[in-house]
Design a protein around this ligand. Structure first.
Ligand code: 8X3
Length: 244
């Protein structure tokens, strides 16, 4: 590896993760892109100018193998996550809730915990969590995802407090509607339902969020960008959307 600072991006095979990998490579980082889907990851990493490495944040062995290959880590972008379903509490699928907690909260914790020694050793480390407006505002049908994202936000904010005095910054970026594969995954591949989420309005793009990631990552070392909430102009709350 070169002398460039090393950024790890999780969930980097598509969407915000892939766009962040590209934006960070352009900003001068050596980017290590991790994700489960190896074909998609190889393609996205190549386009981003990043190194592709297999990573399943829900699997302790996968995380351990991923971390063991890193000699250095200056920045961790915790992007892996997602929603499964949009049922109200009355119809909640608790297995889906468990999976959401597993990927959004325990996945976050597994990777962050494993990389903290390298982040501290770097002398100027940073953890950026890609949260969600769902971490700030509950909405009907969001409960399981809201709980997972509120959980992820809570651990991110706790980490910020715990690392006070250490050379590691902690940042939470909470986007609203971003057109990625997010809704396709949430609705188990139902493309029509996924497209309807962004109908008649202009959502954020993955690149819009990636710009915020790169901006937060390139502030001077003494500047901690704690939290960013960003939404499309057409959105003023988790479920307050203007459609034409
Ligand atoms: C994705 C945004 O509003 O669907 O995290 O929860 S939302």
């Amino acid at each position: 590896m070169s002398d460039r600072p090393v950024a790890v991006v999780t969930g980097a095979s598509s969407g915000i993760g892939a766009a962040s990998a590209r934006a960070l490579a352009e900003a001068g980082f050596e980017v290590v892109a991790g994700a489960r889907r190896s074909d998609r990851l190889a393609e996205a990493a190549e386009a981003a100018g990043a190194v592709a490495r297999p990573l399943d944040v829900t699997d302790p062995e996968s995380v351990a193998a991923f971390v063991a290959r890193l000699g250095r880590c200056d920045l961790l972008v915790n992007n892996a996550g997602g929603a499964f379903g949009l049922e109200p509490v009355a119809e909640a699928d608790l297995d889906a809730w468990r999976r959401m907690y597993e990927v959004n909260v325990l996945g976050w914790a597994r990777v962050t915990k494993a990389l903290l020694p390298l982040l501290i050793d770097s002398g100027n480390g940073q953890v950026i969590t890609i949260g969600s407006i769902a971490a700030r505002e509950p909405y009907p049908g969001g409960s399981g995802y809201n709980a997972a994202k509120h959980g992820e936000a809570a651990v991110t904010r706790a980490l910020r407090l715990e690392l006070l005095g250490e050379p590691v910054r902690v940042c939470e970026i909470d986007p609203g509607l971003v057109e990625t594969e997010f809704s396709l995954v949430r609705f188990s591949g139902d493309a029509e339902r996924a497209e309807a989420v962004y109908e008649g309005m202009t959502p954020l793009s993955a690149e819009d969020v990636a710009e915020a990631v790169a901006w937060a990552a390139t502030r001077p070392a003494h500047v901690n960008v704690d939290q960013i909430t960003m939404m499309p102009r057409d959105q003023a709350g988790a479920r307050i959307v203007h459609r034409r």
